[in-house]
Each structure stands twice: as C-alpha cells, then as structure tokens.
Design a protein around this ligand. Sequence first.
Ligand code: AMP
Ligand code: MG
Length: 358
Amino acid sequence: MIGIRPLNRRKPQAQAPERSRHLYLPPAYHKTEAMHRTILGIEGTAWNLSAGIVTEEDVLAEATATYQPETGGIHPREAAQHHAANIASVIRKAIGSAGDAQIDGIAFSQGPGMGPCLRTVATAARALALSLDVPLVGVNHCIAHLEVGRWQCGIDDPVMLYVSGANSQVLAYRGGRYRIFGETLDIGIGNAFDKFARHAGFSHPGGPKIESEAFAAKEYIPLPYVVKGMDFSFSGLTTAAKEALKNHPLADVCFSLQETAFAMLVEVTERAVAHTGKNDVLLAGGVGANMRLRGMLEIMCEERGARFHVPEKRFMGDNGVMIAYTGLLMLESGESLQIEDSMVIPNFRPDHVDVTWR
Ligand code: AMP
Ligand code: MG
C-alpha cells in the first residue's frame, strides 16, 4: 500500500517565496546521490486518462481509462465527465500496483489540451499533493512526450516529430528550451484523419481504419501538399480528400491522404535534422502507430545517416508515465508549483518552458 510521508517531513518554508512557477524548494527536495524519488503523474488532456508512477530507473505502475465517444469526435465536456468519473479508480489502481512506494511528488498535465479535461486532472492533482503534503509539478504535455522518448529509447538529443489528435509539431532542444521548428497552421494530423474518416463512415478514432484501407489502394490521387516554410497545414487536404471520395475508391483516397500528409511531415522533420545537425529522430503521439509513417521516416533517416527511434507503444500515445517522469526531472531541478499558480494552460506551448533539467 501507499505510504504517506509524516507531515513534518515535507513542510513548506516558513517564509514563503514570492509567487512564481519556480518555487523555492527546501534543501530536502534537491537531488542527492542517495535519493530515489517516486513521482505519480496524471495525464488527461484529451481522451486518455492515465496515471503513472516512476522512479528515475523504473516504471512502477500505470493505469488507464479511455474515453470512447458514442458518436462523432471527442466532446470536451463528455471527456471531462469520463475523467471525473474514473480518476479516483485510475489513481487507486496505479498506487495499488506500485507496492509500498512512497510518493514524493505529484505531476499533472498542465496543457496543452481541452480545458474541461485539464481542469478535472488538475483538481485531482492539487488534492493529492495537498493530502500527501508533497510538491505539485505542472508538466507541458508535448515536452513529456519528448522526455519519455529520450528516457525509454536511451537517446540524448533528438529531433522529435510529435503527431497526435490535436498536435503536430517538430521539436528540438536549443539554448535552454524545446523549440518548435515546425507545426501545423490549423488542425492536428490525427484530427484531420478522424474528420475524414467520420465523413467516410468510420467511427472514432479514424487513423487506424485509414491505415488498413490504404493497403488495398491501386492508385495515388494528387491532393494538396501544403508546406509553408517549416509549417504545414492539414485542413485543405482534408477537404480535398473528402471531395475526392465522390470520384475515387475509398482505398485510393485513404492511401493518397496518408502519402501526402506524411510526406509533408517527413519533409519538415528532415529539414529540422539538417538545420540542427542532430543525429536522432524520435517519433511520438498516437499517429506514430502508423506503419507507413514509420517507414517513410526510416527511409529519410537512413538517407541522412540519422538514427530513427520509436518508443514502445504504451509510451507513444498519451500516458501518465511520461507526465510522472518529466515531473521527476523538473522536481529534481527545483521546479514545482504553488497551488495558486497551478491553473491549467489549454494552449501551453512547449517553447514557453525553461528547460532547467538539461
Ligand atoms: P493521441 O492524441 O496521441 O492519443 O492520438 C490519437 C490520434 O492518433 C487519433 O487521431 C487517431 O486517429 C490517431 N491514430 C491512432 N492510430 C493510428 C494509425 N495507425 N494511423 C494513423 N493515425 C492513428
Ligand atoms: Mg499527446
């Protein structure tokens, strides 16, 4: 069972520092050789509610409850209601399978994500941190994808292609921050696939159905390829793919949609690799499950002499482990939040975070 620290062991400083994201931490929080912190992280920015418990070396536990819309796409309020109904059992399950671990901190996804979902998770995280009397850490969801990938794949400094329902970004570290080298100008690629798939009569999520349809394709149909500088756009492409369904077989349109969208992503990723001179490419996000996207990235990496990394599936999509692990890194570098500063940030950009842990 979970142990709760004696209350006097983690007392905040008598003299409160000025309010800031970078809360002063008592010396006990700063890293020592002998210290093995255990952090519980909660993820719930969209449809996946997940709690993970990690130490620096290990994943001790993870538990998940996934919201599945009955019809249509993800409804933010319904997803938040799902998270509220399941959060206690998900946390209890994670804690129950972590053995006798003592929790030293609570990390939560502070954004980006759907406001109602973020608020549900943040409320639970605050309540847990207060009741266990441990620090609270607000984690940027996109950075968490990158950090768990670095950890699990054992890589130091990758260019990351992060492709999920709502997000599509090419990120890399430079000068104390994770910079966005390229990003979508409108919708995320996963949302683009899901919209097209709904139009074609598939249920949510549409990405895997598009992938399996595409195997039966016989012909490539030209669709709008939109890369502007280092950014890309999927909205016009989605509309054109829906239109193409009027005159072409579904399999050909699915195939052409994938080929066009993935080529755009790979082009920008390749340019980021060329500009930064980095030697590793990391794939993250739910769309990263797609074998054609992986194949295209693999070819690009091979041609450039870069290494291509894909974490285990459970660390690719949204998961509590990535939040816990990034929370651990942040806490060890002295970062935590006061409750009154822990409001959620639905449009939280990764390049707004000072990376103090590298
Ligand atoms: P995430 O937001 O990271 O949880 O990812 C969810 C998105 O990934 C949804 O838009 C899915 O349609 C998409 N997705 C999942 N599997 C695949 C796949 N095999 N190919 C393309 N997209 C996928
Ligand atoms: Mg994600």
